[in-house]
Design a binder for this molecule. Sequence first.
Ligand SMILES: Nc1ncnc2c1ncn2[C@@H]1O[C@H](COP(=O)(O)OP(=O)(O)O)[C@@H](O)[C@H]1O
Ligand SMILES: [Mg+2]
Length: 393
Amino acid sequence: MKIKVGVVFGGESVEHEVSIISAIQAMKNINEEKYEVVPIYIAKDQTWYTGNMLKEIDIYRDLDLLKRFAKKVTLVKSENRFFLMKTNGVFRKEVTDIDVILPIVHGHGVEDGSLQGFLETLKIPYVGSNVLGSALGQDKVVMKQVMKDEGIPCVDYVWFYDTEYQLNTDEITKKIKKLGYPVVVKPATLGSSVGISVVKHEEDLDEAINDAISYDSKIIVEKAVENLVEVNASVIGNYESQEVSVLEEVMGVDEFLSYRDKYLGGGKKSGSKGMASTNRIVPARLDDKMTSEVQEMAKKVFRVLNLNGVCRIDFLIDKKSKKLYVNEPNTIPGSLSFYLWDKCDKPYCDLLDEIISLGLRRYKAESKKVRSFETNILSNYGGTKGLKGSKKI
Ligand SMILES: Nc1ncnc2c1ncn2[C@@H]1O[C@H](COP(=O)(O)OP(=O)(O)O)[C@@H](O)[C@H]1O
Ligand SMILES: [Mg+2]
């Protein structure tokens, strides 16, 4: 029997469309002899939909049409089975069983541990990092605190909440000045470069921070790495073992790798060329020593942050001083970084097979851990006295 994989994508984040594209690529590459794909699309209003038409990109051009023809569903557990239940119409009806969930979501409310928490609560097997790993991967402040504590090099930074900035603007501005300009202002929990600005002079700082505040209540301001070379490594594995890919060197046309560079093609100066047109050089132009330093560091980050499945770890290098910094992990990278594994003779279908197996293996291992006790300590606690007692709580 085929394993039924519920591919979950979409969600309310600013990376909604990026997630749809990543998911469609994956659904088209999954080994259909072993797996049956069930698309599960989370619309921006959080309604879940399924239907085979959701495997095709064209349907997303007209979302009203999509919502009319796709089935509205919810994920249900009953006994030891998981299934999608149709929720529109008069009758609730089972649509299909699901054996494992493959989240291909990006950003807030999904990739950040929220979806993983929902899946853990149902106790359905799923692929990729757990709640903690996913949450760490999303928060650019906490991830750096954890990494620094483990001796992983990160750039210097200052962080604060929106209301703190409004109350203590001068004090925070002074702290940022100590970092030294240029700095990079970022919403702490976004992705795809949304809300990020490079600030070279103090007079431009306030505008950049207010822009970031419009996206997030937590802000990080980092010292900008100069003479910048950006390289990324993809890692597959779990906390026991990790495999690392060849490195890619990425470059944009804008001052930093912007949303435009990532998805619209070629920065401010050119028109739209469609998705994934970031300029990439694979393998990155680094010497052997630096290449293995980056690869070893990528594996360390993966282990320290308790990541699972396939992730991409991004690095910033100052090419003059040869200093290496970890920028961030991407717990569900765009396109699942299949293009890097392709170059390592691991076709996309094998990559998907491997990460699904890793998710199922973790589920098995976790199921063997003691999570609850058989005894019910409330079995002798009851009667009127007990109920009266509970009023005091
Ligand atoms: N400290 C930094 N110094 C120089 N450039 C940076 C720095 N931080 C980020 N950038 C640039 O901004 C881009 C986006 O930042 P990043 O932290 O990766 O955010 P996102 O999660 O949105 O991808 C990076 O790819 C890089 O080009
Ligand atoms: Mg990034």
